[in-house]
Design a protein around this ligand. Structure first.
Ligand code: GDP
Ligand code: IMO
Ligand code: MG
Length: 423
């Protein structure tokens, strides 16, 4: 019985989807456990590009079952759009998608409030994706959320929905000076959605643990990354869920004892989108080069990603929290043209060396760098470790030594086939 967790070790966009697709070949079920359509997960197969926001990245294999876990916030419009995009590309999804009935539904008022908050002068701008994510999770925790399973329950329409909308209207009218929403309109929409979505609904803890017990192999797909975790990231500049291992348990209902591997995905450098501290951020020529070579523009919003150098303390933080058993180093080819490559090997805080990622004093840390020689040749064609130039191999070995976790795969290009298994 084996469940493998795939988790972002940095600020998201580490190439998780590429790795999940690559590893899904021998997997029966892929479960997305948190986040929503803020995620942009890119898979490239034989030059064809697919971007997933809600659907798990294992969908391209014909027999893999894809589960949208209970920890997710699901925008039905984005979900149906994604299904029709897949159908257009002739991906047969019939009978292969399940949705946990306790996942929350994200409605237009969530995105509206997210946008109004982001555009307000008096609220700290996070640089969110404006997909309503934080507002929907706030409703969940505030017990004013709507679960997908509620949509087919009469009691929900009678007892809960009018109060939920009434509260939203107070907020919209009094705080945001915006238009009120009509209960009847929301009810009509939700009833229609309930009819369309009920075919996908499952009790996820029951279904998943039963399938695992019967021998099915499962991958847990994280969105975002450890540094965007609402508890362990650079708060408040984070997303509103737990991309880390705790979120995987809560967002799937899988028994913790079934998780045998925890794989951290990390770029050979670092990026982040939106506001917030980024200790190894590069500026000027280096940053521009990383952005250009790595094509660092968000898959969801198209925003340019901020670029910087590989940060060992960030990965050690992720390894500690997620119990990482292995690492995947992606986008190594993006460093092909650099003469020198910087690695952040440690931090100083108030003049003293620290060996952890601080929760509250990130802006005050001083980063200590080492420099390694580049390899100055293309590596995308390489198929095994020994094909890689000497300096590339040295870089991988340095990353492994500094982080203290084995690097099990490296990725040298966006396509599924540009992947090298090391261990
Ligand atoms: P995710 O959110 O972690 O799944 O990552 P994204 O899909 O948002 O961003 C990763 C981007 O890098 C995508 O455009 C991928 O196609 C691309 N990519 C993934 N691995 C590699 C790689 O090894 N080399 C290059 N050049 N691009 C890669
Ligand atoms: P994937 O799964 C990178 C960032 C946003 C913003 C912060 C909060 O593709 O790695 P939110 O809309 O979640 O409330 O925004 O989190 N963010 C991401 N950055 N990759 C993502 O997902 C992200 N999802 C959210 O840019 O800084
Ligand atoms: Mg992404």
């Amino acid at each position: 019985m084996a469940v493998t967790l795939i988790v972002g070790a940095q600020w998201g966009d580490e190439g998780k989807a590429k790795v999940i697709d690559y590893l899904s070949e021998n997997i029966d079920i892929v479960v997305r456990y948190q986040g929503g359509a803020n995620a942009g997960h890119t898979v490239v197969v034989n030059g064809e590009k697919y971007i997933f926001h809600l659907i798990p990245s294992g969908i391209l294999y014909p027999n893999t079952i894809c589960v949208l876990g209970g920890g997710m916030v699901i925008d039905p419009e984005a979900f149906f759009l994604e299904l029709s995009n897949l159908k257009e590309k002739n991906i047969d999804i019939e009978g292969r998608i399940r949705i946990a009935d306790n996942a929350h539904i994200l409605l237009p008022y969530h995105s509206l409030i997210d946008r109004l908050r982001e555009e307000s002068e008096s609220i700290t701008k996070i640089g969110t994706t404006k997909r309503g994510i934080g507002v929907c999770y706030a409703d969940k925790v505030n017990r004013t959320g709507i679960r997908i399973g509620d949509l087919v329950e009469e009691n929900f329409y009678k007892n809960r929905l009018p109060r939920i909308i009434q509260e939203k209207n107070i907020l919209l009218k009094e705080i945001y000076k915006d238009k009120e929403i009509k209960v009847s309109q929301v009810e009509d929409l939700l009833r229609e959605l309930g009819q369309k979505l009920k075919q996908y609904l499952i009790n996820a803890p029951y279904y998943l643990n039963m399938e695992i017990t019967s021998g099915k192999r499962v991958l847990l797909e994280g969105a975002q990354g450890t540094m965007l975790d609402v508890d362990f990231g650079t708060y408040p500049y984070v997303t509103s869920s737990n991309p880390t291992i705790g979120g995987a348990l809560i967002g799937s209902g899988i028994n913790y004892r079934f998780i045998t591997e925890s794989i951290g995905i990390m770029k050979a450098y670092a990026t982040r989108v939106g506001e917030g501290p980024f200790p190894t951020e590069a500026f000027g020529e280096d940053s521009e080069k990383l952005q250009k070579m790595g094509n660092e523009f968000g898959s969801t919003t198209g925003r340019p990603r901020r670029c910087g150098w590989f940060d060992v303390e960030v990965i050690k933080h992720a390894a500690r929290i997620n119990g990482l058993t292995g690492l995947v180093l992606t986008k190594l080819d993006v460093l092909d043209e650099f003469d020198k490559i910087k690695i952040a090997v440690g931090y100083e805080l108030d003049g003293k060396r620290i060996s952890y990622f601080p929760s509250c004093a990130v802006e005050r840390i001083k980063v200590i760098y080492e420099e390694m020689p580049g390899w100055k040749e293309s590596i995308t064609h390489c198929k095994k470790f020994s094909d890689l130039p000497k300096n590339t191999r040295k870089y991988i070995e340095a990353v492994e030594k500094f982080c203290g976790v084995p690097v099990k795969w490296v990725s040298v290009g966006p396509d599924r086939e540009n992947t090298i298994k090391l261990k």
